[in-house]
Design a protein around this ligand. Structure first.
Ligand code: PMP
Length: 407
């Protein structure tokens, strides 16, 4: 029977522990830089205006019901989701019908379905290389389906930028035909992305080694504010004829966190039997989906689909994306500016060089704990801050708190 010996206590999720500690803190000037969700300048959650409009449209639709979605999800949603990440209907993969897309439980569900599919069918080396560091959940998701994990160097502690040489060397040293998980943009947790020229080199090595790319995209439009800039790496790999997987989340770029809107895409290479292959892959994905969730949830996908399929709403969404990414970029400039103004020891250009929701500040664990104790500023132990937690009311306070622990 189940006993305490049979089922050991699982470690607490570090992020949830941090959130609980923040909630329990009564200091009026406390600052939450842990959360991985967008906040407005008043530190409040932001429902995108375009999402409110889409919600209104759905509410007033007399035809709407609560029947099951198809197993693969709402086609109007998954089709547009593919166009979004692949760069439009002109993508060679879409034109040549080499893509299959299936709606998932947000990005997590997409990574999981991809991992499950690889565990069952991947013909290469069943080992996945994750960036060091990466989104912590990647480790559990691949372990759960029995795919062994290796790491490639990613973050250079000295420059607080990309360890490009280390990354390339690891890809070269990996067994041929390995699975390489890549963050399409706005790398979590470091905020460090390869430049486009570096992506080209990565692609070239992956071609040489016959590695298999699995892109995780959770921040398209959220990084630069430009949807077509944030999908440049994925588009490049597709142009180069790679077979690849994409796990796509709409949590951050639509602010639909709890609605779990996501999509998983398989793109095959331009081989002569590509269409037959993609049809078979779609059939297998449907079986996996059926055994896991039967049918994906409707609401978030309906909201996203309403926006993605309407020109005016789409343009408004792009405006909303620029609002979010713009505020974050402004906060990067403000934090760096204040630190430099204070003459805080060290260099702070990495704050503005990094991109997306997160920044790896370079603060040590000791400094992180001290800044929490002294100034009630909460961030993860690895020194990651959520830029969205900063605003014009607290950025100077945070800079001063950092300044104090760094000295
Ligand atoms: N991948 C990465 C790299 C992420 O940062 C996130 C969000 N934290 C996800 C996937 C998926 O999140 P969700 O399941 O909420 O879409």
């Amino acid at each position: 029977s189940f006993t305490a010996q049979v089922v050991p206590q699982a470690p607490e999720d570090p992020l949830f522990g941090l959130m609980a500690a923040y909630r329990a803190d009564n200091a009026p000037n406390k600052v939450d830089l842990g959360i991985g969700a967008y906040r407005d300048n008043n530190a409040k959650p932001w429902v995108l205006p375009v999402v409110k409009k889409a919600d209104e449209i759905l509410r007033n639709d007399p035809e709407l019901n609560h029947e099951y979605a198809p197993i693969a999800g709402i086609p109007a949603f998954t089709g547009k989701a593919a166009e979004l990440i692949l760069g439009g209907a002109d993508s060679p993969a879409i034109k040549e019908k080499r893509v299959t897309s299936i709606q998932t439980i947000s990005g997590t569900g997409a990574v999981h379905l991809g991992a499950l599919f690889l565990a069952k069918f991947f013909p290469g080396t069943k080992k996945v290389y994750l960036s060091n560091p990466t989104w912590a959940n990647h480790n559990q998701i691949f372990s759960n389906v029995g795919i062994p994990i290796a790491q490639y160097p990613y973050f250079d502690k000295k420059t607080r930028g990309l360890d490009f040489e280390g990354m390339k060397q690891a890809l070269l040293n990996a067994e041929d035909k390995s699975i390489i998980l890549l963050h399409a943009c706005a790398h979590n947790p470091t905020g460090v992305d390869p430049t486009f020229d570096q992506w080209k080199e990565i692609a070239q090595i992956m071609r040489q080694k016959s590695h298999f790319p699995f892109f995780d995209t959770a921040y398209q439009g959220f990084a630069t504010g430009d949807l077509m800039k944030d999908n440049a790496a994925v588009r490049y790999f597709v142009e180069q004829g790679f077979e690849l997987l994409v796990a796509q989340s709409f949590a951050k770029n639509f602010g639909l966190y709890g609605e779990r809107a996501g999509c998983f895409h398989v793109v095959t290479g331009p081989a002569s039997d590509a269409q037959e292959t993609i049809k078979r892959i779609a059939s297998q994905l449907a079986i996996l989906q059926r055994s896991e969730i039967s049918n994906p949830p409707l609401y978030g996908a309906r909201i996203a689909s309403t926006v993605l399929n309407d020109k005016a709403l789409f343009a408004e969404w792009e405006e909303n994306l620029r609002t979010m990414s713009g505020r974050i970029i402004d906060m990067r400039k403000a934090l760096r500016g204040k630190l430099e103004e204070l003459g805080t020891p060290g260099t702070w250009n990495h704050i503005t060089d990094q991109i997306g929701m997160f920044s790896f500040t370079g603060l040590s664990e000791k400094q992180v704990l001290k800044v929490r104790e002294d100034a009630h500023v909460y961030m993860t132990k690895n020194g990651r801050i959520s830029m969205a937690g900063l605003n014009t009311n607290n950025v100077e306070y945070v800079a001063k708190a950092f300044d104090k622990v760094v000295r």
